[in-house]
Design a protein around this ligand. Structure first.
Ligand SMILES: Cc1cc2nc3c(=O)[nH]c(=O)nc-3n(C[C@H](O)[C@H](O)[C@H](O)COP(=O)(O)OP(=O)(O)OC[C@H]3O[C@@H](n4cnc5c(N)ncnc54)[C@H](O)[C@@H]3O)c2cc1C
Length: 480
């Protein structure tokens, strides 16, 4: 369907009848803004004066019933529907590449109820994570979900990309933080999962929607776990003899059942880029930040065990400041003037998760693929290991090019070639790329490489639930 004034007016009228005239926007500037997220490619393409697909309209629903009516309308008329949270995704997930209607969820930010006995909060998913956390803090609680995009992204965005915060080693990923979901399916039907997740009454169907990036429905409400604010937070920094010693110490901390809330192992370059430049850490090499939180005596006892493991690995104690300063200023790395991966530099994060037997090899292979494979462009690669489990870990590698072809298409080809090389280095060595940054458009073409034949199931589920292919078409490699 081509955008014409006539169709836009008809569409606008229909949508206004559902959400009210004040909550439908069709003006050109807004359409431009809502066409992009923070993925390097969408911004580069647009800022190089190329046209980018835009939506016909943006609607701001207030209730699940309104979302349902908009989706039903789109389904009947085969109009693409793109849910959008904060628009801070970095893989083009919220870009409406087939036009259609964007459902901006940020008006759906109501806290429905707080349960202080079972420690849960029921909340609409358009809420910005920071606002939810501020509300909880006022009541003496926390959700313990602190991703770097905490100030700009919504709970629904995190659920839909199955996001991970900096305290994930203790509190888990988004899928571990939610008991129940309400989702508007592509048919417009409202689905609510069972009130508890730990059941054997058939599969937990809510799992389908964590990481689905709006391709299977629009998440409208969630019942989330909360925790009392910790009595104590303890931070410490250590300088390790090398990456291998750091990974092994981290593994031993996790498999011995310790529960650091924070554990971040920086490779030499990331130590320089982040810890030294921005936080004044006076060390060269691989630095590990560790943190424990909770009841005072438990924190102290756990830290003592972790310290023994680290010292046995040859770590040198750098004191409390590196970790404490990082925690207190943790968001500044991502914003000017500190952003070390700033536009127009070509960058992408290719976060990878794997079992312990593979993770370090993947790091070296990926680094080689980027630095040696693209040496003529001066490609840089740096990483930190930031999410640890008792079976494996994930690392957060960034590639960065300060120079690239002037021609837009050539530049994008180069970007894709680097991403492909990094992904292949991971997959060929037993890893899974994308621990938490979303697949969107950026990595959709890699889904077959990552999944192999298993991907057929994803296609079957998409076809069964979204018969008209209206739900965020083209994302996760699904649809046309
Ligand atoms: C500086 C920076 C730091 C970041 N750090 C982290 C980090 O530490 N951890 C992390 O996990 N991510 C991080 N990200 C990535 C990003 O914040 C996440 O992908 C986040 O989930 C995006 O949320 P959003 O509300 O901005 O979603 P959007 O960008 O608006 O959308 C992301 C995807 O979710 C879908 N979606 C949004 N809302 C809904 C809904 N209610 N129902 C169904 N689908 C929906 C969209 O269609 C899209 O596919 C970072 C990004 C930036 C820019």
């Amino acid at each position: 369907m081509n955008r014409s004034d006539f169709t836009v007016e008809i569409l606008r009228y229909e949508l206004e009848s559902i959400v009210g005239a004040d909550h439908v926007v069709t003006d050109e500037a807004e359409m431009e803004a809502q066409a992009l997220d923070v993925w390097w490619v969408t911004r580069f393409w647009r800022f190089s004066d190329n046209d980018f697909p835009k939506p016909f309209a943006i609607v701001f629903p207030e209730t699940a019933e309104q979302v349902s009516r908009v989706v039903r309308f789109c389904n009947e008329h085969r109009i693409a529907c793109v849910p959008r949270g904060g628009g801070a995704g970095d893989s083009g997930g919220a870009s409406p590449i087939r036009g259609g209607v964007v459902l901006d969820m940020k008006r759906m930010d109501r806290i429905v109820s707080l349960n202080e006995r079972s420690l849960t909060v029921r909340v609409q998913t358009g809420i910005i994570q920071k606002h939810l956390e501020e509300y909880l803090n006022r009541k003496g609680y926390t959700m313990n979900h602190f991703p770097a995009s905490f100030t700009t992204s919504t709970l629904g965005g995190f659920i839909s990309t199955n996001g991970t915060g900096v305290l994930s080693s203790k509190y888990g990923k988004m899928i571990d933080m939610v008991h129940q979901l309400e989702v508007v399916l592509p048919s417009g039907r409202i689905f609510k999962s069972l009130p508890v997740r730990l059941h054997s009454t058939g599969p937990d169907y809510s799992r389908l929607f964590f990481g689905a990036e709006g391709t299977l429905g629009i998440v409208t409400e969630a019942l989330c776990k909360i925790h009392p604010l910790p009595q104590k937070r303890l931070f410490r920094g250590f300088l390790l003899p090398g990456l291998a010693e750091g990974v092994e110490a981290g593994r031993r901390i996790m498999v011995n059942g310790l529960q650091p809330s924070l554990m971040r192992l920086y490779d030499e370059k990331d130590t320089g880029h982040i810890l030294t430049k921005q936080f004044g850490v006076d060390a060269q090499g691989c630095v590990m930040l560790v943190g424990f939180d909770g009841r005072g005596r438990v924190v102290d006892a756990q830290y003592e065990d972790a310290r023994e493991i680290l010292e046995a690995a040859g770590a040198r104690d750098l004191g409390e400041d590196p970790g404490k300063n990082w925690w207190e200023g943790r968001y500044k790395s991502y914003y000017p003037p500190n952003d070390y991966i700033a536009y127009p530099w070509m960058t992408a994060v290719t976060d990878t998760v794997a079992p312990y037997e593979d993770i370090e090899r993947i790091y070296h292979e990926m680094r080689r693929a980027v630095e040696e494979g693209f040496a003529q462009w001066g490609a840089q690669f740096h990483a930190h290991f930031s999410h640890w489990y008792d079976w494996g870990a994930s690392f957060y590698p960034t590639f960065l090019l300060k120079e690239y072809p002037e021609d837009t298409r050539e530049a994008m080809r180069l970007y894709n070639r680097i991403l492909d090389a990094a992904a292949r280095a991971s997959v060929d060595n037993g890893g899974v790329i994308n621990e938490h940054h979303g697949i969107g458009l950026r990595s959709g073409r890699l889904m077959r490489l990552i999944y192999g034949e298993r991907y057929d199931l994803a296609v079957d589920i998409k076809r069964a639930l979204d018969t008209q292919n209206i739900m965020n078409p083209g994302k996760l490699g699904l649809g046309d």
